[in-house]
Design a protein around this ligand. Sequence first.
Ligand code: IPE
Ligand code: IPE
Ligand code: MG
Length: 249
Amino acid sequence: MSTQADSTLSNVDLAAEITAVPHHLGIIMDGNGRWAQARGMPRLAGHRAGVDNIRRILEHCVQRGVKVLTIYAFSTENWQRPPDEVSGLMRLLGLTIQRQLNDLDRNGVRILHSGRMEGINKHLQKQIVNALEVTKHNDRIILNVAFNYGGRAEILDAVRHIIQDGTAPELLTEEMLSSYLYTGGLPDPDLIVRTGGEWRLSNFLIWQAAYAEYYTTPTYWPDFDEVELDKAFVEFSRRERRFGRVLNK
Ligand code: IPE
Ligand code: IPE
Ligand code: MG
């Protein structure tokens, strides 16, 4: 996907080729561990570098006109990692909220959470709820953090609620099911970017991304900068989204 010529392109050159920007961008922030290992550092150092990278990408999304950014930060499957890494990731989210909430709020960022609260420790749950409350009137960009998130768990939770609400089967629609997901109220993602080189969704937004464009790059998340994001937007601009139709030329 990226060529030798691409890597020498400046941001300005790329900008001219960006004719479409996703309204809702989803990012699978992968490769933190390998980034750290390549430097002889512990995996958690990679996660810290990964968290630092969120701000510059968020800011660039604002500059380019993205309205919703969903970042995959911790999956329901990530609990199976070594206990030290799991507790390190939990601590990191708490610390990040503590250190960055005011700044994010001042910058007009509305924070949302997609994922199960159950399983997250009570103190961190309170911090998350507080972050949503503090930023709820902001509208510059939505930063939706997929944390303790799994697409299958999300659909299961939605179906459970629908049954609990006594919905008649024949009245259930796709729109209604969408509204019961953690992302209820948000538009579907237009583009899913995965860093770290894998070509899979790993249980990310599996319902919502049914018609999203997909882009993957070998670049590890901590190295994924503004130019890398612009390359994804250039690629997105070239895609023809048909949604199953035949387009008249
Ligand atoms: C992604 O980076 C971040 C999380 C899953 C929390 P990884 O930790 O998966 O990094 P790699 O894929 O092992 O390099
Ligand atoms: C996906 O990355 C989850 C997050 C980025 C939070 P993983 O590293 O967990 O995915 P797999 O294991 O390669 O599928
Ligand atoms: Mg990974």
